[in-house]
Design a protein around this ligand. Structure first.
Ligand code: PCA
Length: 199
């Protein structure tokens, strides 16, 4: 059956051994709740260009919430926008530096369709600092969000796509791993159960 919700995180990159977005999905990567599919995305621009549309086509989730880590934040950054620009000073896991456009001829930007304000409220209810962000960067996270919104629009699903940048040093949120993981599991259950608003 098609999952109501796809939740993704990213693999480690830039020579690190872990990615906090993976740690926060934690047990859900092995046994996702009912109606939820989980995947780890590569930090590889060429592979993302192939994998993101394939997930849209084959899984056909109603919603897609992407998670990635952010090096220098203390809050959950609920992203509002993805831009059609690739840039970065760190090679991806395939040894390539990003440059150019996410999609040649694509719109300059897409707004996230999974309401980021709603995500902020969710985390705050769990006692986790969170805020809206207009800057998902120009690296793999922005790229994956842009591609998911672009292909979602073309295929009619996912209807809602959102992105949360989690703090690399998650302890800076003032909460421990168990609280953060519980907030993700609760969010997954809510998003898998509810009807989409953006249709
Ligand atoms: N953060 C990077 C890529 C993968 C991740 O977790 C980013 O912000 O683009």
């Amino acid at each position: 059956m098609e999952p109501s919700l796809l939740m993704t995180c990213f693999e480690p990159f830039a020579g690190r051994s872990t990615n906090t977005s993976m740690r926060l999905l934690g047990p859900m990567l092995v046994s996702p709740p009912s109606g939820v599919a989980t995947r780890v995305l590569p930090v590889d621009f060429k592979a993302l260009r192939r994998i993101v549309p394939r997930l849209v086509r084959t899984l056909r989730p109603k919603r897609w919430l992407l998670l990635g880590e952010h090096a220098s934040t203390e809050r959950m950054r609920c992203e509002r926008v993805a831009i059609n620009t690739l840039d970065g000073t760190v090679a991806d896991n395939n040894g390539r530096l990003p440059s150019g456009k996410a999609v040649r001829g694509g719109p300059a930007a897409y707004f996230a369709t999974l309401d980021p304000a709603r995500l902020v409220t969710h985390f705050e209810q769990h006692g986790i600092p969170a805020s809206l962000s207009d800057d998902a960067g120009t690296y793999a996270c922005n790229f994956a969000l842009y591609l998911a919104l672009h292909h979602g629009r073309r295929h009619g699903t996912p209807v809602e796509v959102g992105f949360v940048h989690v703090p690399r040093s998650y302890r800076r949120t003032g909460q421990g791993l168990q609280v953060l993981r519980a907030s993700m599991a609760d969010l997954a259950n809510k998003l898998a159960e509810e009807d989409c608003e953006a249709a």
